[in-house]
Each structure stands twice: as C-alpha cells, then as structure tokens.
Design a binder for this molecule. Structure first.
Ligand code: UDP
Length: 253
C-alpha cells in the first residue's frame, strides 16, 4: 500500500489567498491517494476557505488555530503547531510535509515524499530578494547521503541546517507520536515549531528531531532535481476594492 501523505498548509486572508489555495488544491488532487490536506486558519474557519477546500475533491481537515498572533516572525508557526498537535492527538500515520499556500509544487515532489522512511530533505529553488536571482537552499547530496548545504552567505555561519520549510518531510510516527521509535537527540521531546528569530524556524525544528546529516535521507537520492519553488512573490499590498466597480460587477452575475 502507498504511504499516506499529510500535507500541512497554514493560510490567511489576503487578496491572492483563493488563487493560492485553488492552485495548491489542484496539484494535490492529482496526487494518488492516500493524502490528507490539513489546512489551518488563524482566528476563525472562513466560509470562503471551506468552499475552496470542498471543491478541490481532496481529503482535507480544516482547522483553526486558537493562538492569535500579529507578530510577523510568527508567520504560520502557531498554525503549523496546531496541525502537529492534531497529527499527534489522532495518531495520523504518514509523511508530514509543510506546504505553504503560495509555493509552487511539482507532482514529482509528492511522489518522492513516499520514498522517505524517517526524515527526508531536498533543495528548494528560491529567488534571492535583494539580488534578483534564483538560488538554491537545501542539501548537497551524494547518493542518499547529505554531505553539505546550499545556502546564501547572509545566514551561513548561524544556522545549523540550511533547509527551507518546504524542503523537508518526515514520518509522523517515528518523529512525532511513537516513543518506541523516537531516536531523539534530547530525552525531553519537543514536538513543536518555535517562534524563534525569523529564518531560524526550520533549523530549530530540525535540531530537535535529527542529530546530524547522517539521520537525513537525500530525497530522491542525488537531490539532482528541483521539485518545488519558494518565490517570495507575496503581494501584501494588494486588496480587492470593497465598493465601487468590483461590487457592481459581482451583482451582474
Ligand atoms: N501565513 C499565515 N498567517 C500569516 C502569515 C503567513 O497563515 O500571518 C501562512 C501563509 O499563508 C503561508 C505560510 O504561512 O502558507 C508562509 O507565509 P509567507 O509566504 O508569508 O512566508 P514566507 O514565504 O515569506 O516565508
């Protein structure tokens, strides 16, 4: 049987939210089951999101995160933690992947996730905001071994692991809820992302669940393919007009 994929997406209301959720939902729809999409909103479960999720035809769980934060560095952290708690509580068994709503994902990525036995990582393509060029972040691999990291010089010395949130996935039982199968560096298990300094969320989480590169699986072996893109193209200032022609257009239909 195919491994279950547990795709976790924090989302919030902004102009392109519906576009992002539809786009991701349509990719997930093409992934062979079993797959469950855990979508977590901030304060309330919105009707608009519920409608999009229903129409995608993907198996989903629509959660809300009780903890409300306006801190920008908390982006999505509490929502992802809400999903982790849900996965632990219900002992969902599969490969957990944090898929932000605004990234671009290939189908090949989701196929590769099923090859992961405990913890897998791969390079993600992104746009360097200041330099206007594409860069990679994630492992340099030799076969299935992780032997180094692609990174940008700004953070080189500070982070232990140079991984993007969308550049790793892990087995929910061995990492989250089955103590018999934990191989944790610490005896005191922490199963949550921490709202630490921006850019450090991934490495902080990884440091809790793997000891070093030897416990990571290059996914797929060789890491020679780019399977997803994190473009940082967020159009934060964009809003739909509340009145005027937009509303009039709506009433015509
Ligand atoms: N997000 C959220 N609430 C926020 C900010 C972000 O739910 O206040 C979600 C967003 O929808 C996305 C993820 O968190 O799925 C990452 O957000 P963003 O793309 O802004 O982060 P970046 O790409 O800059 O790391």
């Amino acid at each position: 049987p195919r491994k279950e994929l547990i795709v976790v997406t924090p989302t919030y209301n902004r102009a392109l939210q519906a576009y992002y959720l539809n786009r991701l939902g349509q990719v997930l729809r093409l992934v062979p089951p079993p797959l469950v999409w855990i979508v977590v909103e901030m304060e309330t479960v919105s009707v608009e999101t519920a409608e999009i999720l229903m129409k995608t035809g993907v198996v989903y769980r629509h959660l809300v995160c009780a903890k409300n934060s306006t801190d920008v560095k908390d982006r999505g952290v509490h929502q992802r933690n809400t999903a982790l708690e849900h996965i632990e509580h219900h002992k969902l068994d599969g490969i957990v992947y944090f898929a932000d709503d605004d990234n671009i994902y290939s189908l090949e990525l989701f196929e590769s996730l099923r090859e992961i036995s405990r913890f897998g990582t791969w390079p993600v393509a992104m746009l360097a905001q200041s330099k206007n060029k594409a860069i990679l972040e994630g492992p340099v691999c030799n076969g299935s071994e992780v032997i180094g990291w692609h990174t940008n010089e700004k953070s080189k010395r500070l982070r232990r692991f140079h991984v993007d949130m969308s550049g790793f996935a892990f087995n929910s039982s061995t990492i989250l809820w089955d103590p018999k199968r934990w191989q944790r560096p610490t005896s005191n298990p922490i199963r949550q992302l921490d709202s630490v300094k921006e850019g450090f969320q991934e490495t902080t989480f990884l440091e809790q669940v793997v000891e070093d590169e030897n416990q990571m699986e290059a996914t797929p072996p060789g890491c020679s393919r780019i399977m997803n893109w994190h473009l940082h193209l967020e159009a934060r200032e964009l809003v739909y007009p509340r009145d005027g022609c937009f509303r009039r257009t709506l009433t015509l239909f």
